[in-house]
Design a protein around this ligand. Structure first.
Ligand code: SAM
Length: 248
């Protein structure tokens, strides 16, 4: 197991919330990869509740980086987990006001998790704020992507990708989340998915999943990942491939 997921599980595994084991393993691998690449930048989460996913972000902080946690209601549980940590700022506010917050004006983030108000207008606001504040090679992660409960999140995310089609790519969907980067960063993240993720996720305790790339760019850039009930790590390429191959 990697150090990041180890520290997360040690400190935060009992926190209530919505952060499934697959996404925990993907975040741990992705945030570790960003650190390995030498990326730096702050980290932002919109929608914290009790701090279940925020805990992983807190564990991922590197020297000199800050974690900004935004929620309209900072719960007592989140306050007791994070208050007093010098590199973590709790902001009790609506994400709609983030763009008017002067001390965030020039701040850039290497990882942004959008999990606040699930109405389309809020998700659109949060995606546009995130886009305006991306550090080099940043990733925007959107919760409840492809959720039947919140179809507006999928529609809004796809509209965002279409509006910024010359700039933004979705490179992964799975575990209830979408992962978006800028175009030039797509290939490095795609290569990481193919070359690193199967082994790293297995080390992170997720040894049964399918990694999909069922279409070629330019039809769609996105990989998929989903649990597969005890089948091990299975690579799935185009339906017509005799030998599975992940195109990117
Ligand atoms: C699904 S919960 C977040 C779950 C959390 N990320 C976890 O890992 O368990 C959604 C949170 O978004 C917050 N929220 C709702 N509207 C918001 C807004 N406009 N700005 C920021 N946060 C908001 C809610 O108070 C709630 O705590």
């Amino acid at each position: 197991m990697t150090a990041l997921i180890d520290s997360y599980r040690t400190i935060y595994s009992d926190v209530a919330g919505w952060f499934n084991p697959l996404s925990q393993a993907v975040w741990s691998a992705l945030l570790t990869e960003q650190a390995r690449l030498g990326l730096s930048g702050d980290i932002l989460e919109i929608g914290v509740k009790h701090g279940k996913s925020a805990g992983m972000l807190a564990c991922a902080l590197q020297e000199g980086e800050r974690l900004t946690l935004v929620d309209t209601v900072i719960t007592e549980s989140a306050r007791s987990l994070f208050a007093g940590k010098l590199n973590i700022t709790l902001r009790e506010m609506s994400s709609l006001a983030l763009k008017h917050t002067p001390d965030l004006g020039t701040v850039t983030f290497r990882f942004i998790h959008i999990d606040g108000n699930h109405l389309a207008s809020f998700v659109q606001n949060d995606l546009e704020f995130a886009r305006d504040h991306m550090a080099p090679r940043a990733v925007i992660c959107v919760d409840d992507f492809f959720s039947y409960h919140y179809p507006q999140i999928t529609f809004t995310t796809l509209e965002f990708l279409s509006r910024h089609r010359h700039e933004m790519s979705i490179f992964l969907a799975g575990g209830n989340k979408a992962y978006i980067c800028r175009h030039p960063d797509y290939r490095p993240y795609a290569r990481w998915l193919i070359e690193d993720v199967p082994e790293t996720l297995a080390q992170n305790g997720i040894a049964d999943f399918n990694l999909y790339k069922s279409a070629r760019a330019p039809e769609i850039s996105c990989f998929g990942i989903a649990p597969n009930k005890g089948q091990g790590v299975v690579i799935k390429g185009l339906d017509t491939d005799k030998e599975p191959k992940l195109y990117y």
